[in-house]
Ligand binder design. Structure first.
Ligand SMILES: Cc1cc2nc3c(=O)[nH]c(=O)nc-3n(C[C@H](O)[C@H](O)[C@H](O)COP(=O)(O)OP(=O)(O)OC[C@H]3O[C@@H](n4cnc5c(N)ncnc54)[C@H](O)[C@@H]3O)c2cc1C
Length: 374
């Protein structure tokens, strides 16, 4: 019998699974089609930070949407954990942003203004001696640092699985499959063509992350999403777990609940290269050893590389594909795709079910790029 679905969601990363979840909350069943396993690309190997106050476009065009996504995450945790049966370890974190050079001190002190008056956040400058009391293994060479509290973090692989599992419990489906093209006419797609068959569908959501440009040929629509490679090394602890995220000099240490220190992260435009590089691992280690000398001989437990989906203006691409009645884009979240997953899922589901959303996605419309390709 021919396979059919109301909504075919192509891509089982955080974006696709979040759309499936919010659609299911509105009573719409979907099929997530994923070729590499759920959350096995960037959504499974990100640092999992949900920082709504800093990053490209924040403050700025992504600020309001980022804050809404952050609030959605906070409100979602208990119910999604319960619905899915998966604890994705949403928690509040504190960070020490360290100055290694005199020239960095004033900028870091000034950045405390970003946190001022923001509910749930706090930031203040600490001298070297105060930092040594909080984290004695931090290098005595640091000149001080900004302590900030209030950011949240999750296990992004488990978050992705939780969205999908909850959607499945509400009647949606996850299907392994490699989508090769879309077929349809008159502004409507009615079939998804896979390597091993085809699925008839009422609507389509493209959530293919850094591979989204593949759909340009299927739709004749410009979808400028490019891959930005990022690597993370996981170092074992030589002692007690760190109590803070630690950053400075281009290195960051995220102590995770798996007991490992996730260290990174890098940004390289290398096409679709996903090979972890030993040279990059050495560079990351050099950077974090300047912050915590003990990490020089910490055992390397795991090293991953994956690809962020980045648009020319660093804003995601959300909404109906120009020229198509039943095709939606949910992609391009760049370095913020775990933070933005809630808002991507909710806004796209809102547009599909109600034709509008209250979330601040005005700058994210697919039409902002050249519309139809020849
Ligand atoms: C090192 C690193 C650290 C990061 N840290 C953070 C962080 O701290 N906070 C944060 O918010 N963000 C972070 N990010 C960014 C975040 O991980 C991404 O923005 C997010 O995961 C993108 O999700 P996605 O679902 O759009 O893409 P993906 O996770 O790439 O998912 C897309 C899926 O589509 C599937 N797919 C593609 N084409 C097809 C096809 N033809 N058929 C079937 N399936 C297909 C792929 O297999 C993939 O699973 C980080 C990223 C990296 C690389």
């Amino acid at each position: 019998m021919a396979e059919t679905t109301d909504v075919a969601i192509i891509g089982g990363g955080a974006a696709g699974c979040a759309v499936a979840y919010y659609l299911a909350q509105s009573g719409v069943r979907s099929t997530i089609i994923e070729r590499d396993g759920l959350g096995n690309q960037a959504s499974g190997y990100s640092a999992g930070g949900l920082n709504p106050l800093t990053g490209i476009g924040i403050p700025g065009p992504l600020g309001a949407f980022g804050w809404e996504c952050f609030q959605l995450h906070i409100r979602l945790y208990d119910s999604l954990k319960e619905q899915s049966g998966i604890d994705y370890q949403h928690r509040t974190v504190a960070k020490l942003d360290l100055a290694l050079l005199e020239s960095e001190v004033s900028g870091l002190k000034a950045s405390s203004a970003l946190f001022e008056g923001v509910e749930g956040f706090d930031a203040h400058w600490l001298e070297q001696e105060e930092i040594a009391k909080l984290e004695p293994r931090i290098s005595p060479d640091v000149l001080g640092g900004l302590y900030d509290y209030g950011n949240n973090a999750v296990d992004s692989h488990n978050l992705t699985e939780a969205f999908a599992a909850a959607a499945e419990k509400m009647g949606s489906t996850v299907r392994a499959g490699n989508v090769k093209s879309l077929e349809g006419s008159g502004g409507k797609i009615d079939r998804v063509i896979l390597a091993d068959g085809e699925i008839s569908c009422g609507q389509v959501v493209l959530a293919m992350g850094p591979w989204s440009r593949r759909a340009e040929a299927w739709l004749g629509v410009y979808i400028p999403v490019d891959p930005l490679k990022g690597e993370i090394i996981r170092l074992e602890n030589n002692g007690e777990p760190f109590k803070h995220d630690i950053a400075g000099g281009g290195g960051t240490i995220y102590p995770k609940l798996d007991g490992l220190n996730w260290c990174g992260t890098t940004e390289d435009w290398k096409g679709f290269d996903r090979e972890p590089s030993e040279q990059v691992a050495r560079e990351i280690r050099q950077r974090v050893v300047r912050l915590v000398p003990d990490l020089a001989d910490a055992k390397l437990s795991k090293h991953t590389a994956c690809l962020r989906p980045v648009t020319p203006d660093w804003l995601p691409v959300l909404g109906r594909a120009p020229g198509w009645d039943n095709v939606y884009l949910a992609t391009g979240a760049g370095k913020k795709g775990i933070l933005l997953a809630t808002g991507i899922g909710k806004s796209v589901a809102d547009l599909m079910t109600a034709g509008e959303t209250t979330l601040s996605i005005q700058g994210c419309a697919p039409e902002r790029f050249a519309t139809q390709l020849d």
